[in-house]
Write a protein that binds this ligand. Sequence first.
Ligand code: P6P
Length: 280
Amino acid sequence: MKEILSAIERAAIRIKHEIDTKDIEYSQQMNSTGDTQLQLDIKCDLVVEEEFTKAETINTIVSEEQEHSLVMNKDAKYFVAFDPLDGSSLIDVNLSVGSIFGIYDGSFSVKNLVAACYVVYGPRTELVFAHDGEVKFYLLQDGVFVFVKNIVLKEKGKLNAPGGTQQNWPPYHKAMVDGLFQEGYRLRYSGGMVPDLHQILLKGGGLFSYPSTSDKPEGKLRMLYEALPFAFIFKTAGGDQTDGKNDLLTMEAKHIHDTTPCFFGSKYEIARVKDVYAGN
Ligand code: P6P
C-alpha cells in the first residue's frame, strides 16, 4: 500500500505543476461519459498512469479518462480506479480541483475497497488518505507531503453542499435541502466534488448531496473512482453515506463507469436523508 501512496504523491506533485503551467484548451476527444476532455485531463491521466507503472503491486487500473481498464501486472494485488483531474472545467476560473483514487484488493468489487485517497489542488496542495480505520491529512511542503492530523467528523455539522440542477430535483429532495438551510446550515458549493467534500471533512461536517434527478436518474458521479472512495473516506472518518436508500459500500458497479446518486456527511445529516428518502 505504501508503494501506491508514494506513486500518488509523485503524480500529485507533477499534476500540480501541469495545472500551474499548462494551457487549458479543450481537445477534440470525449471521455467515457461524454465529457469533452481538456488537454490537461489527458496529460494528467498520462501522469498518473506513468507513476502507477512504477508500482509493482498494481494489477489493473481504471481511469475516468479511459474507456477500458488497463492491466499493468496481471498477478499483482491491487486494483486502482481514479479520476486524475476532477472538476477540471473549474481551472479556467481558478477554483480548486482534485484527483480521486479508490484502491481495491483483488478486484473492483466494492467489498474489496481497502483504501481511498484524494488530492486537492488549491491555494495549497493537500492529500487525504483513508486506510486501516484512519483518515490522514497531509500538506505538501517543499516537495514533501507532511502529515498534519487525523480527520474525525462530528455527529452533526453546519455546511450544506447541494449538487445537481435544482429544477430537476425531486420535490422531497428540495424540501430536505431547504429544511437544512432553515435550520441554519451554510451553503458551501463550488461544483468541484473534491474541494466541496474536503471542506465538509475539515470544517466538522454537514451534507454533500448529488441526488437522482429528472435529467440524471442514475446520478452524475461515478461509482468506482468518485462515489465509493468518498463513501469509504466519510465512513472511516466517523460520518456516513448513502445513495438515498442503500449503503453505497454495499453497491456493486456493473460497469466501470457506472454512476450513482450519492450523499456524504455527518451521521445526523445522513440519517435525515435516509428518513426523507424512505418515505418517497
Ligand atoms: P453540477 C465536476 O464536473 C463534477 O463531476 C464533480 O466534481 C462535481 O461535484 C459535480 O460534477 C458538479 O455537478 O451538476 O452540480 O455542476
